[in-house]
Structures are given as C-alpha cells and as structure tokens.
Write a protein that binds this ligand. Structure first.
Ligand code: SAH
Length: 238
C-alpha cells in the first residue's frame, strides 16, 4: 500500500509529537520538583524518604480547583469550612521530625484535605487519620482512595481522644493546635515513639516534638507556627 505525501507528513508529525512527550514531565511534576528543591531541600530537610514522598504526591489534586495554580507555592491554602491545607515546608518538616519508615504505625489528627496523610502513605504501610468535620473527612477519604492511597484509614471524630483501637502508634502528627498536649495522645504513643504537635492559643503556637523513652515523655520546642485550632465536637476549643 502506497502512502500519499500528505499521509507521510501527518505520520511524521504524529510520531515526533509522541517522541517528545514520551518521558516528558508534566507541568505539575516540574513545579513539584522545583518546590521540593527550593522550599524544602534548600531549607534543610534531608530525609530522602520525605523528599521522595513530596515529589510524588499530586498536591494540586488536594486543593480546591480554583487554587490549583498555587498548589506548589510554599503557602497554606483554604480547603473550605475555614480550614487550610498546611504549607508544604511545614508538612515536610513535621514528617521528617517523626522519621517514618515502612513499618511505622502512624496516626494523624486533622485529615483536612488528606494531603499530609498521602505524604505519610507514600512512606508507611498503613496510615490512620482522624477528622472532626464530617464533610472534610468524607471527601478526603474519597480523594485518597481515588488517587490510589488505599492504605489510609480515615475516621470521623474527635482526634483529641486518639484512636485506641489501633494504638499504640510509633508516630503521631497533629495538624490542629490544642492548648495543651492531649493526654490520650501521650498515652497512645508507643515506646520509642515520636509525636509532632502545635500547641498554644489561636495566635501564639509552638511546634513540639514529643518523645517517649523508657516510659518517660520529653518535650522539645521546634519553631513557632500558626495552625487552625483543635476543636471539640461542640465546636468549642480544646
Ligand atoms: N493535615 C491537613 C491540614 C488540616 S488543617 C492537610 O494535609 O490538609 C487541620 C484540620 O484539623 C482541619 O481539617 C480541622 O477540621 C481538623 N481538626 C480540628 N480539630 C480536630 C479534632 N479535635 N480532631 C480531628 N480533627 C480536627
């Protein structure tokens, strides 16, 4: 069968487009890699597992459509119900500070968009996450599962109480700020475990790294931060 000149030209064009797009990164991947280099690695986060997880999770799918253009900027963004998805650097810092491994049993308080849970799910076999606002919890659960993060269990409820059924946890990441470190969370921390938690008033909070060693709790002040308050089921503040 003879091909006309026109068909040959079309074939050449199609093949060259296919060849250039093969192996080419999408714009989001490029933005994501730039974010990891400039906002995370350059600011001192060295944990390779964390950097790789941050390079993998499609953050633009965890923010409302109208904010997609800003998904890879190093800033928090609104996710509805007066809540926010945390700034990428803070997500990376908190994740690195609990130093998760494949077999780390990890609990997150404040599922929000599900982004932090997805970052953990890239590293850990199973992630437990609790969200108090039912709408947010349900949509995060759907979002996580539709993006392949089947290893995240989301519960709707008050994270102040922890999740006794799956305790103790080797790592606990809290992404809403209570006035004091919740006692149930200290109790549900495994021996040798680490918890990272913002503590303080609405305006003035410190990020604490809490460790349990030989049954003893130690607290270390990391940096000042600004998270949304941890609330109870009546909408009051913890
Ligand atoms: N980790 C989230 C950021 C969440 S912002 C992300 O990656 O997108 C903090 C979240 O904590 C909000 O969704 C808020 O509703 C939730 N929250 C506040 N108090 C809570 C509580 N007592 N238990 C569980 N979740 C809580």
């Amino acid at each position: 069968m003879m091909m006309s000149i026109k068909n040959i030209l079309i074939l050449i064009i199609v093949l060259s487009i296919a060849a250039t797009s093969y192996g080419q990164k999408t714009d989001y991947e490029i933005e994501r890699n730039t974010m990891v280099e400039n906002d995370i690695k350059a600011r001192g986060i060295k944990n390779e597992k964390v950097l790789e997880a941050m390079r993998s999770v499609p953050r633009h799918l965890f923010v409302p459509k109208r904010y997609r253009k800003l998904a890879y900027a190093d800033r928090p963004l609104p996710i509805g119900h007066s809540q926010t998805i945390s700034q990428p650097y803070i997500v990376a810092l908190m994740t690195a500070l609990v130093n998760p491994k494949e077999d780390t049993r990890v609990l997150e308080i404040g599922t929000g968009s599900g982004y932090q849970a997805a970052v953990l799910a890239e590293i850990c076999d199973t992630v437990y996450s609790i969200e108090i606002i039912p709408d947010l919890g349900k949509s995060a659960r759907k979002r996580l599962h539709s993006n392949g993060y089947d290893n995240v269990k989301v519960k709707i409820g008050d994270g102040y109480q922890g999740w006794p059924k799956y305790a103790p946890f080797d790592a606990i990441i809290v992404t809403a700020a209570p006035h004091n470190v919740p006692k149930p969370l200290k109790e549900q921390l495994a021996e040798g475990g680490r918890m990272i938690i913002p503590v303080g008033s609405d305006m003035n909070q410190e990020l604490y790294l809490i460790k349990k060693k030989d049954g003893e709790i130690t607290e270390q002040d990391v940096i000042p931060v600004r998270f949304v308050p941890m609330i109870n089921e009546e909408g009051g503040r913890h």
